[in-house]
Every structure is written in C-alpha cells, then in structure tokens.
Design a protein around this ligand. Sequence first.
Ligand code: PLP
Length: 395
Amino acid sequence: MRDRRGFQTRAIHGGAVRDGLRAVTFPIYESSTFWYDTVAEGAALGADRGEGWYYTRWGNPTTRLFEERIALLEGGEDALATASGMAAITTAVLSTAPPGTHVVAPRAIYQATSELLRVVAPRLGIEVTFIDGMDVEAYERALRPVTRLLYIETPNNPLLQVGDIAAIVALARGAGAATIVDNTFASPFNQRPLELGADLVVHSATKYLGGHADVTAGVIVGSRERIAEAKRLFRILGPVLDPMAAWLLLRGLKTLGVRVERHNHNAMRLAQFLAGHPQVAVVHYPGLPSHPQHAVAARQMRGFGGMLSFEVRGGLDAGVRCVEALRTCLMAVSLGGVETLVAHPASTTSVGIPQAERERAGITDGLIRVSVGIEDVEDLIADFDQALRAAGAQG
Ligand SMILES: Cc1ncc(COP(=O)(O)O)c(C=O)c1O
C-alpha cells in the first residue's frame, strides 16, 4: 500500500475502499453478512478470492477502510482490526509464537499482556522469560535457541521507560525471532516501529486512535504475510470489531495528528511544571532531558507523547489527597482521550500487589499516572498546582 502524502492527509483520505453513493463520511455497514448471486461467487468470497464482501468475521467495508487507513499511518502493508487491544495482542502473540517456542518480554508491560504471557501462554506450550528493564542486553541474556518472539512496549506503563526498538529488532533478526511492538502510548504520529524493522505493531485503539474514550478496539499492523497468518487465527478466535466501532475509529483517525501534537505539547508543559514543583519528587516523561532514555526517545520518536507519571512527596496519603483534589482532571483508568485522566496505582489498580513487589515494578506509594488531554494547558497546570498544595497542606 503506497501513499506518500503527509500524515494528516492520509489520516483523512487514506485507503482504497469506496462508498458507491460517494458519501463524504464513509457509512457504517452494520451488517453481519452479505448476499451473493451464485454459489460460485459465494465459494470464492469464502476462500478470500474475488471482489466483494462475505461475512463480517471475514471482513466488512467500514472495518476494512479503518484497517487500510491505519496500515498507511503505521507504514505497514496490511492491518487487522479487533474488538479490543487485548484481542489484538493475543492474536498477534499466538500467531507469532507457536507451541514449543519461547518468548522474551519485559516485566513492566500492560498487566493483561503480562497475564497472557504468564498464565495463558504456558498452557499452550509457549515458554516466556520476563526481563527487568528493556535493555537490549537483558533481551540478549534471555535468548534461547527456540526463542521466536521479542515483545516490546515503549514507552511503557507506568514509568514511561523507553526501549531501543532498532537495537532490539537487530538482536531479534540475528536470533531468528520476530518483534511485536505495543505502540499504544506513542501512536503512529509519534513513533513508527515498522519503519525501524519491527514485524508487527499492536494497539489498544481504545486509546489515541479512537481518541474520545467512546470505543473499545484494537489493531495489528504488519506485512501482508504476517497479517494473513494473524487473520487465520482471528477467524477462529473471533474477536470481531463491530462496524459501528470501526466508524468511530475512522472519525478518531481524522484528527489523530492534530490531537497528538496537542497531547505532546500539553504533556511537555505539564512535565516541566511538575519537575519544578517542590511537592514533586520525580517526573517520568521521555521528553525531559533528565529521563534515563531521553536520547533513545529523541531518536525514535517524533514527539514524546501525552503520557507521564510523577511521584508526589508524602507517600500514599499525599498521593490519594492529590488525585482526589483535582477538579478539571478526572480520576479514571484508560488513556489517550481528549480529557485528562489520572490514576493513583498504589491505591487502585495495584492495591492487591504486596508493597515490595509493587515498588520493584516502580509503583511507589506517591506515583500518579497522567494521560494528559488536549484542554488548555494553563487550566491543567492550575489544577495540578492546587491539588499538590492540597496534598502538601495536610501532609
Ligand atoms: C499499553 C496498552 N496495551 C494494551 C492495552 C489493552 O487494551 P484494551 O483495553 O483495548 O483491551 C492497554 C489498555 O489499557 C494498554 O494501556
């Protein structure tokens, strides 16, 4: 698929699927199945031959336009849309690492991905080694003759650590393994792992691609062959994206570049403000020169993204007081929408994890994760300023 136009132009016009009635906004083909005239035609469509549509688990015009468009934005040959980010990750991992093979993944990855690799993969005869950090040396030490997949999530959650995609890809190639990159936090506007040699990109499209916290979806992008392989498994597992959700994603993609530029800008400004605040012990943001992998991020990312985390001084109580004092920003899980969302993992998502284990994963008592939205940044700074004062006043 070749389209050399700019990112925003592709986000609005990219893809070859056309509507017969020439509707400017592509319609929602909310149909589970499509009729044919002859049995030969039906048989051909079922075997992925011929022009036309067959059954929505096979493909759907609205969904297909989304797949074509995101493939263009990520620089891939093809894409496969799924019903959630986890459906994309499960399908991508299982289609890349067959039984009897070995996978290397960092300890600090999205929790459900970690569970997929820790709980589900071994049941299917796939062995997994978890590494601390994301250094290429750590991946290398974990390699075995049967390693077939190096899994990467960069920037990761919740410390915004950055892995060197090109270096990990080079290691994988030498070892005969594939690489999958979860590009959810960065979005293709900021980072395009396929151009750095990665084999597959996965997304929780629930986040920046949709962009408005109104859709749950996922997508896999890569070469035609790898997507065909993933599609074979997908048609068995069946995590089909609803065409209405695909339509919401098409609408979201139209403003992806514009939104992400603003997310980048707001996050940088907020990170700088927090870094200078006496109530803040540390800020984790790849755009700050103090970030340990800032140089790698500057090399492989066009912008540093809308995600950051920081540690408020005063421990668990101060962390809770801070997030509960925010007025404009909302306390909620998820990320990537236009509204700023905050999470205090130690008191919510990670509350069941013993403190020592939690801290080993970087989730300290005062850690607050922020999905910086596209509001006026002065309002966000003022909100955090008053919340941090509230956190400190009673501490
Ligand atoms: C980095 C990352 N990957 C994958 C997922 C899973 O996506 P979904 O919730 O759409 O299944 C998430 C969800 O928060 C995520 O943050």
